[in-house]
Design a protein around this ligand. Structure first.
Ligand code: S3P
Length: 682
């Protein structure tokens, strides 16, 4: 067997905004009176869930973008939502907003979530909120203390809570309840948990007292009758997301990775300390303060790693990073023990069992313990399939492990990274290709439906097919993809899914705004099928509904909205970073995949395009008068599209006026095969 090529990494990773800060930035902006500008929020599924829930409670939260303003009207403007609060996969959304609603006298909301969230324990927030006087009812099966859950706010009494385990979500919920109801609260925890709620409240004019007892217990006290002030915030990069790439850089053979503007809050960077203790060359630079949070740059270079012991007060400081640290431990010398981390069992999955089972399946030595795990480092190649249980951190941790030389790991549900790091696969491809000219992404073997493989080695292939209206982009792309045995991405299907959801809103299409259309998009995810990248709505295939006439009638309205185009483009890019694809659509070779391996621009005489379109539409040969009329429509459309549909400078233009579709497909397939050879793919 030839040895795997070494892994070089290079570049600056712009990791997305911090998840914990993003949730709190929205909630505190909603509670304040006045405008709060939020920059660089994390636009992930979890944060979308918080934004949607706040909208349902009466807050005007615009569509999430890189820079927007929430006009807060204070807690008294919040009201009982007409619909349920769908918290999707997000524990933070559920627990923090349960606290907020509990403090709103007379407001009542039903919280629901996906299967994973519905399994997670909610008694931890219900119990203190009930003690304060709120009504919390679990509405699922008898004895199930999780979602669905109804929270009814009341005039709360103050509380002095001694929590048996450190939880930032419980602490945050009690603080928000106290603040909304105007009563004092005290929360004591055995160790310090992440302290964004405290920092962000203090930055917004709320007085808090924080003290540490001799035994390390942390006590936070909020005084009665305080107001949150509006404040602008620039969300720093999420250290949990950075940890995945920091681990990759530490385990690489050469190069270095830089991360800028990272949140370096000491309650969040336990994983950086662990990495250093294991021998990683991880250096913090340019530390400064921003909105009450320490931020700075991080640089990580490869080094030899040693196993370690992770436990005690360190656990809350690296709880979300433990799956990555466990995967990394397979490539460290000796054994690594993770202890005091039973909390991992009630995260998005049972992360102790899921990590250990997956490591064992790949051929690593790992052992489950009630409160953690033991992992033994090895040099053997780790290969096989990983079951993520829809858990984003598992998908990413094993994605990184799979990108290491010699390893080859199939991830069953790559799309679940959208919960916290929607651009993860693209960033992974970028940092590994920038140095080596190679991407760590490879087409899954045929038949591995809906999966993604990372491995040190092969490059990915993106074929971009562009051209004016009715140039035959879509049918050609589908055919080419089939010939090459790669996936076809039909960007139109994403527009149709967004249109279908906009129709469900009940708002007349003439009144649709980009915000309204984008509000539905967090419900859209995608899955790889054997032949295509398939958009899903609420996790379900909607093929027939998407082809409905009302959708067809309104889709061009939606596709003309620039923010919606940006959203579709990001979905398509994500798919293209995950697997080999043929993509067709407007500006695909210019704006969406400027670095596509092969770009094709199809042109054809307008008369010919009109004729083809009519054959498709009418199912018969059109007469000359009909073609003339359609030609006129196409000329107008071309003028309208002129800015969008210019060929990329490096595109191969194919005039299809007098070639058959078979010839045209053959030509593109030949070009694609040559490109594959150039990239070193078989
Ligand atoms: C979070 C707190 C942590 C963490 C979660 C986000 C938060 O959970 O695991 O991903 O933003 O408050 P705990 O409630 O267990 O601290």
């Amino acid at each position: 067997m030839t040895p795997a090529p070494p892994l070089n990494v290079a570049g600056r990773v712009r990791a997305p905004g911090d998840k914990s800060i993003s949730h709190r930035a929205l909630i505190l902006a909603a509670m304040a009176v006045g405008p709060s500008r939020i920059r660089r929020i994390l636009p992930s599924a979890d944060v979308h869930a918080t934004a949607a829930a706040l909208r349902a409670l009466g807050v005007a939260v615009p569509a999430l973008s890189d820079d927007f303003v929430v006009q807060g009207r204070g807690v008294s403007a919040l009201h009982t939502p007409e619909s349920v609060l769908d918290c999707a996969n997000s524990g933070t959304t559920t627990r923090l907003l349960a606290g907020l609603v509990a403090g709103l006298d007379g407001v009542s909301a039903r919280f629901e979530g996906d299967a994973s969230l519905s399994r997670r324990p909610m008694r931890r927030v219900a119990e203190p909120l009930r003690r304060m006087g709120a009504r919390i009812e679990f509405e699922g099966a008898a004895g199930h203390e999780g979602l669905p859950m109804r929270v009814t706010g009341a005039r709360l009494a103050s509380v002095d809570l001694v929590n048996s385990h450190a939880s930032a979500q419980v602490k945050g919920a009690v603080l928000l309840a106290g603040l909304a109801a105007g009563v004092s609260v005290t929360v004591e925890e055995p160790h310090v948990s992440r302290d964004h709620s405290e920092r962000m409240l203090q930055a917004r004019g709320v007085a808090l007292r924080v003290s540490t007892r001799d035994n390390g217990a942390q006590v936070v006290t909020l005084d009665a009758a305080q107001q949150v002030q509006a404040l602008d915030v620039d969300v720093p990069a999420d250290p949990s997301s950075v940890t995945f790439f920091a681990a990759l850089a530490a385990l690489a053979d050469a190069g270095e990775l830089w991360f800028d503007n990272v949140c370096l809050n000491p309650t969040r960077i336990g994983a950086f300390d662990v990495l250093r203790r294991m021998g990683a060359a991880l250096i913090l630079h340019d530390m400064t303060e921003q909105g009450g949070e320490p931020v700075g740059s991080v640089c990580v270079r490869p080094s030899t790693l040693q196993g370690t012991h992770i436990g005690g007060a360190e656990i809350p400081r690296c709880i979300d990073e433990l799956p990555m640290l466990a995967c990394l431990a397979t490539r460290a010398r000796g054994e690594t023990i993770i202890a005091d981390a039973a909390e991992l069992r009630v995260k998005e999955s049972d992360r102790i069992r899921a990590v250990v089972e997956n490591l064992q399946r790949l051929g690593a030595t790992a052992e489950e313990r009630p409160d953690g795990m033991r992992i033994v480092g090895t040099d053997t190649a780790l290969r096989g399939q990983v079951e993520t249980h829809g858990d984003h951190r598992l998908a990413m941790a094993f994605g990184i492990l799979g990108a290491l030389p010699g390893n080859s790991i199939i991830i069953d549900d790559p799309g679940c990274v959208s919960v916290s790091y929607p651009t993860f696969w693209r960033d992974l491809a970028q940092v590994t290709s920038a140095a080596a000219g190679e991407a760590a992404v490879r087409t899954p073997p045929a038949g591995t439906d809906g999966q993604r493989t990372t491995s040190g080695g092969a490059r990915r292939l993106v074929i971009a097919i562009d051209g004016p209206a009715a140039s035959g982009k879509s049918s050609t792309a589908q055919w080419v993809a089939q010939q090459l045995d790669v996936r076809h991405v039909d960007s139109g299907a994403f527009y149709r899914a967004a249109t279908w959801l906009a129709l469900q809103s009940g708002v007349e299409p003439e009144h649709w705004t980009p915000e309204l259309v984008l509000a539905g998009t967090p419900r859209i995810t995608w899955r790889l099928t054997e032949r295509s990248v398939l958009p899903l709505i609420d996790g379900q295939e909607q093929d027939l509904a998407l082809r409905d006439t009302p959708v067809t009638r309104q889709v061009s309205r939606v596709a003309s909205m620039a923010p919606v185009r940006a959203w579709v483009n990001s979905q398509v890019r994500e798919a293209g970073a995950a697997v080999d694809v043929v993509v067709d659509g407007r500006d695909i070779g210019t704006a969406v995949f400027p670095d596509a391996a092969l770009k094709v621009f199809l042109i054809a005489d307008t008369w010919e395009r009109a004729r083809r379109r009519l054959i498709q539409r009418l199912g018969r040969r059109p007469n000359d008068a009909e073609i003339a009329e359609e030609t006129e429509a196409l000329v107008a459309r071309d003028a309208q599209d002129a800015t969008q549909s210019a060929p990329a400078r490096d595109a191969v233009t194919i005039d299809t006026t007098s070639v058959t579709q078979v010839e045209q497909v053959e030509r593109i397939v030949a070009l694609a095969r040559a490109t594959r050879e150039r990239l070193g793919q078989s």
